[in-house]
Design a protein around this ligand. Structure first.
Ligand SMILES: Cc1ncc(COP(=O)(O)O)c(C=O)c1O
Length: 412
């Protein structure tokens, strides 16, 4: 990892180094794991860096579409070359302003979380004289697999409870400005293994077919969600799914016979799998300290840089390893960041080599949910530098900067 250390010395820490070659490899492996008719939507929330978005869009016939959830992500994916037609807008709190902006930019596909959401989409579309094609997000009553992040089968702001859909059937198909064309599922993130992932997809495909029958309609677009996994801030390889392609084809043949000819579009979504192993976070050691028999290694980047959402329970608690080979582990200590909160912990009581101020620590598999899921604004520290490489070639170096734009009043 000399390359990362050299880059960190040149451009400063904390910094991320992302390798576009690894993103191309992940994209290739995921397309290989899917039947060729299945569309792949990149969840921009995992990492909306412009060059990453562009890399995922490239790839002759095997390029990603985009799943977005804000006007910031909309601007990012449009700038990276994703046309409105290849964008799916999701999220439980879509405002009239953002719906209008998305529709005006050519976005036509929306995941719908409730009747109210459907009506809001319809009102914005009617005003613009267009029709929004809506996928009913379904919160399925049962689920099959175990994962670290489950988003279905429980009371939730996401989606229609599957058991209540037949009751609202009439109202769903009668909203001006909308056409209900299908269903959207996102039951889990980060499935624990390929068997769980396949189990969940089978369950989802079966549920989609049942919902279609209950609603007495024919779906033209079914987004069966994701769950593709990758190690997060620990060493380890990205899984390659070898059984998935055949298992998906079999389940789809059974439930949606027209899928091979395109009568019904089938899509999956992935964030972390596509970008997770492309990124390494490099942080600098500022200080060492002992307190009541426990050791602390104090870094120049903590939850303002990485894993800030772990405190909210949304992302798994971060456990960090060093990835230099051959350096003996010499101590148990906590890796903590520079913020004035006891919550700024990247790893608690973990095995570490001997470290001194001025050393740098590399955290592997950190390409997903890095800056975008961190407390970038908290305490006004600069955002981490983001360095793009393609193999040995340096592509770009940049940093997010916040500034205040006054709508009223003057800057002193
Ligand atoms: C609707 C939706 N799609 C895609 C994703 C991406 O998940 P992952 O990064 O685990 O692939 C998420 C994550 O929360 C999501 O909510």
């Amino acid at each position: 990892m000399t390359g990362h250390t050299d880059l960190a010395k040149r451009f400063g820490t904390p910094c991320y180094v992302y390798d576009l070659d690894r993103i191309a490899a992940a994209r290739g492996d995921l397309f290989d794991a899917l039947p060729e008719q299945v569309e792949l939507f990149y969840a921009a929330k995992a990492n909306p860096h412009p060059e990453l978005l562009r890399e995922l869009r490239s790839g002759r016939g095997r390029h990603c579409r985009a799943e977005i959830s804000s006007t910031g992500e909309l601007a990012a994916v449009l700038a990276a070359g994703y046309p409105g037609a290849d964008i799916l807008y999701t999220g439980p709190g879509k405002t009239d302003g953002e719906l209008t902006e998305a529709l005006a930019a050519g976005v036509r596909h929306f995941s719908v979380e409730s009747l109210g959401d459907l009506r809001n989409i319809g009102a914005a579309a009617t005003r613009l004289g267009v029709v929004a094609r809506c996928l009913l997000r379904v919160n399925s009553a049962g689920a099959s697999a175990t994962s670290s992040i489950r988003m279905t089968g429980v009371p939730s702001q996401f989606g229609f409870d599957s058991e209540t859909l037949p009751e609202v059937r009439e109202q769903l198909f009668d909203v001006p400005g909308t056409e209900v064309v299908g269903a959207h599922f996102f039951p889990l993130s980060n499935a624990k293994d390929e068997a769980s992932l396949i189990g969940e997809f089978r369950h989802t495909i079966g549920t989609a077919a049942r919902v279609q029958a209950e609603l007495g309609t024919r779906f033209r677009f079914v987004d069966i969600g994701g769950g593709f996994s990758v190690p997060y801030a620990v060493r380890g390889p990205r899984p390659v799914y070898r059984e998935l392609r055949a298992a998906l084809a079999e389940a789809l043949d059974e439930s949606f016979p027209g899928w091979r000819s395109g009568e019904v579009r089938i899509a999956v979504e992935s964030g972390r799998y596509l970008v997770g192993d492309s990124g390494t976070l490099v942080v600098g050691v500022v200080n060492l300290k002992e307190s009541r028999g426990r050791r602390f290694v104090i870094l120049d980047g903590g939850i303002n840089t990485f894993g800030g959402m772990s405190g909210l329970g949304r992302i798994m608690p971060v456990s960090v390893r060093l990835d230099e080979e051959g350096i003996p582990l010499a101590q148990i200590a906590s890796l903590v960041g520079p913020l004035c909160t006891p919550g700024d912990v990247l790893g608690r009581d973990i095995e570490l080599p001997a470290l001194a101020p001025g050393d740098v620590v590399s955290i592997p598999n950190a390409g997903a949910y890095g800056p975008t899921a961190s407390l970038l604004m908290f305490l006004g520290r600069p955002a981490p530098t983001e360095i793009l490489v393609r193999g040995e070639e340096l592509v770009s170096v940049s940093r997010i900067e916040h500034h205040r734009a006054y709508q009223l009043g003057e800057q002193l």
